[in-house]
Design a protein around this ligand. Sequence first.
Ligand code: GRF
Length: 217
Amino acid sequence: MNQRKRTAVLISGRGSNMRALVERAQDPSYPAEIVLVLSNRADAEGLRFAAEKKIACAVTDHKIYAGREEFERSMQRLLELHRIELICLAGFMRILTPWFVSQWEGRLINIHPALLPSYRGLDTHARALADGVKIHGCTVHFVVPAMDEGPIIAQAAVAVLDSDTPDSLAARVLAEEHEIYPAALALVAGGRLRVKGSRVYSEGSSSLPPALRVPVC
Ligand code: GRF
């Protein structure tokens, strides 16, 4: 069996997606192992959970660096020190430079709380409600220099209800995020994906359930 891919999860806050990844990766047959949780904020709530799970935690505070690239070079040193092979962004609230993204091409993925390419950026749930859309969801994608762009690995959709508020919609989308992110990381870590242009193709079957979840195969 191939070695499990050493994976870092980058967070800035609550860390519920990180938690979903850590929990799924506890299965020894899962192709990735979460070996580092890195935050740009010392008060990120998710760090406590990671520490309890005895996962190495690190804080690189962006505010103490002169610029974005200095901050990223410091993260890069940590990632190299921990021999990281894959990175998952999970609520990491810093824009990454083309330099950093190019170091990790094809090995850096993100989860976004909307069905990309709709609703890039922040406040996705409130904006979806304001537009009156009937379907909303989340996306896992490879990271490219442009924010919230990059080849899509997996998406999940939820129906928008008449009674929805941004919070209730966010909660249903978040439950889907916790399903598709571990499934998408498994596909990446298992080396089962091929990217051609903006499309991602998967070899073999995916563990993503059908329903409204759209796997890459
Ligand atoms: C999630 O909604 C994720 O899609 C977005 O930021 C939020 C992070 O939540 N990128 P959590 O920290 O994983 O709980």
